[in-house]
Design a protein around this ligand. Structure first.
Ligand code: ME8
Length: 635
């Protein structure tokens, strides 16, 4: 039996899980269930990341001992995964003694291989991301240095630390990327990693001395191991690496590390280099998905939108939430979690397209065949076309799922549901019933049911509960496997079906009340309403571009001098280089927000922001019709 080892990031226990952490875990669960269905021996790992300054500070803020604090939070993650019916095979905690043993063993090996040395480290540190940054990486905001990932203030740290010779693995990593073009996906994330490799990796600090909440560094216990090194090793320690566990031999290397885009560098560069250092094979693939926002806002505790996925599951069911997350948020890209869109999907895709088809079909089987699966007779042209369409759909679906194109796979599946609905309408079983053409009626109903069986099987990883319910109603009582999907004619004539209540309940959008009525400010953002006073705060002006040039070292930026009439001349930096040549810009009248706080981009101060329309990859400048004086106010 082929094995499949899939992991999620191990989540920090500084706060309770939210829809963001649930997103990765749900997707991993879908892939794990799919692989099991395809006959793989799956090991699905998730867990919690519990060491480091961030957790220590969170515990201190609650007046708790760190371990006690971690115990409580880790339990909340475990409980949530249980409520969401996540099928992880193991839950690792970095405070588990077995994990600590493996981490020491791993780091000792790195040392023995000559990859660790002592030096002095000075860098910017973001406690929230537990990440070091160089001077050129941090961003200036309101006169402060902030983290380029989360925007929080960074601190300058200078410590005597142990270092990992990451730079030594730069070339080997490049080679690995070249020889394994699918190592990191999506490809735009891979390209980001390649750029970092082009610039060259620097050695990294792997210990800290200013606090103790971590795993002691072997050989020098004044130091604790850097939380990221400790955390990454979870992927092998969960299998018992260094502790003689058979699981390690069986499941390593991981087939898929599923992560969010912000931690790609750790997984695609640092972790592989660490594995090279100790002589272990690298994971097959790292997939870095995008970020979820909620009603257009970044998920954060202070905005009050760090919603508990349980609330949604309670109201809409697990399956609906899972379906929505995969169907509406294009897997790999950023996307917005909108409850309204979820309800639209529920009403149209699930209740109308899928649920109604099942309902209509089973109602007729109940009425005309005494709730028994009818025995089909000779197939006609339209039936043969349905079987062919089914085979094509299954092939496409499997290929897309195998390539983690989850959203597209559901598109294909729902096209098939539309096909089945058309088949049902075109074969007109209600007329066949009226005409008492029982043989033809039996064939058409059987074929529709067999089609619905295929839908339920394909939907099984995404919507396990409703799929099981559909299989039961269709009178199918075997353990579902890929074999049932591959072959036509699986349903057994004479098997008892059950009609039941609608599979999915529709929600009336006009009376619809959201699960999360967040604070007032958020609600206004949700409905898209602002007051005239809000709008009046934005000072929009016409500006003339006097000259323009590419910003050296940046792919996107163009530096411009603009004329704003009465407001004088200014420098502006805009992300236009992929869409316009500098010479095409000179002389144009554009629209600029002039009262934004200045920002520094690649060392150039930008005093204002130009407006442009964006659609997909397309970007067009907003200009004014005809001639008008630079500086003219827009209202
Ligand atoms: O980074 N949208 O833990 P973490 C989508 N402990 N996914 C999101 C999300 C959002 N808005 N917010 C969080 C850590 N995630 C480290 C990992 S692994 C060895 C150590 C998901 O609690 C996404 O998978 O900050 C992201 O990468 C992860 O949660 C970050 O979780």
């Amino acid at each position: 039996m082929r094995k499949f080892y899939i992991t999620t990031p191990i989540y920090y226990v500084n706060a309770e899980p939210h829809i963001g952490s649930a997103y990765t875990t749900i997707i991993a669960d879908i892939i794990a269930r799919y692989k099991r269905f395809m006959g793989y021996d799956v090991f699905f790992l998730t867990g919690t990341d519990e060491h480091g300054l961030k957790i220590l500070q969170a515990a201190q803020a609650k007046g708790k001992k760190p371990k006690e604090f971690c115990d409580e939070l880790a339990q909340k993650f475990k409980d949530l995964w249980k409520d969401l019916k996540i099928t992880n095979d193991y839950f690792i905690r970095t405070t588990d003694p077995e994990h600590e043993e493996t981490v020491k063993f791993f780091v000792q090996k790195m040392k023995e291989n000559g990859d660790v040395y002592k030096g002095t480290y000075s860098a910017w540190y973001c406690v929230h991301c537990e990440t070091y940054y160089d001077d050129e990486e941090v961003v200036e905001k309101d006169g402060k240095k902030v983290c380029p990932v989360c925007g929080r203030e960074v601190k300058w740290v200078e410590e005597e630390n142990y270092f990992f010779r990451l730079s030594k693995y730069n070339d080997a990593l490049k080679r690995h990327f070249e020889e394994n073009p699918d190592f990191v996906e999506p490809d735009f994330r891979r390209n980001e990693m390649l750029k970092i490799l082009e610039k060259g990796l620097k050695d990294i600090s792997i210990t800290r001395t200013t606090f103790k909440w971590g795993i002691p560094f072997p050989g020098d216990e004044d130091h604790v191991i850097y939380v990221w090194v400790d955390a990454l090793i979870n992927y092998v320690s969960a299998l018992g690496y260094g502790r003689g566990d058979e699981k390690f031999k069986k499941y390593w290397p991981a087939d898929l590390h599923l992560i969010g885009k912000e931690i790609n560098r750790f997984h695609s560069l640092i972790w592989p280099a660490m594995l090279m250092s100790v002589g272990l094979p690298l994971p097959e693939k790292v997939f870095a998905h995008g970020w979820l926002t909620v009603n257009g806002q970044k998920i954060s505790k202070s905005l009050g939108n760090a919603i508990d996925p349980r609330e949604f599951v309670k109201k809409y069911s697990n399956d609906v939430v899972r379906y929505y997350l995969v169907r509406d948020i294009v897997f790999g890209k950023d996307g917005d979690f909108s409850e309204e869109k979820l309800v639209r999907r529920l009403n149209s895709d699930l209740a109308n397209d899928y649920g109604n088809l099942l309902h209509r079909t089973l109602a007729m089987v109940k009425k005309h065949f005494d709730s028994k699966v009818p025995r089909p007779y000779e197939n006609e042209e339209i039936d043969r076309a349905l079987i062919e369409e089914t085979n094509k759909t299954v092939k496409k679906f499997v290929k897309l799922m195998d390539n983690y194109k989850l959203t597209e796979a559901l598109d294909v599946l729902w096209n098939y549901i539309a096909y089945l609905n058309t088949y049902f309408d075109r074969t007109r079983p209600w007329i066949l019933a009226k005409e008492e053409n029982k043989e033809r009626l039996a064939t058409v109903l059987y074929n529709t049911m067999e089609g619905i069986l295929k839908v339920a099987l394909m939907a099984l990883p995404v919507m396990p509960d409703s799929s099981e319910e559909v299989l039961k109603r269709l009178g199918f009582d075997e353990k579902p496997t890929f074999g049932h999907l591959e072959k036509w004619g699986i349903l057994r004539a004479g098997a008892q079906i059950s009609h039941g209540k609608p599979l999915f309940e529709k929600i009336d959008l006009s009376k619809f009340k959201k699960v999360v009525e967040v604070n007032k400010e958020m609600k206004e953002v949700e409905t898209g309403v602002i007051t005239i006073d809000d709008f009046a705060k934005v000072d929009l002006r016409v500006a003339k571009i006097l000259n323009a040039e590419r910003v050296e070292g940046s792919e996107k930026l163009i530096r411009m001098d603009i004329d704003l009439g009465e407001l004088g001349k200014r420098q502006l930096v805009g992300g236009l280089a992929k869409h316009y040549k500098p010479e095409e810009l000179v002389g144009r009248l554009i629209v600029v927000v002039v009262n934004l706080k200045p920002r520094k981009l690649f060392g150039f101060e930008s005093r204002g922001m130009l407006l442009a329309a964006k659609y997909g990859d397309k970007l067009k400048l907003i200009t004014v019709e005809g001639e008008i004086e630079p500086g003219a106010k827009i209202s």
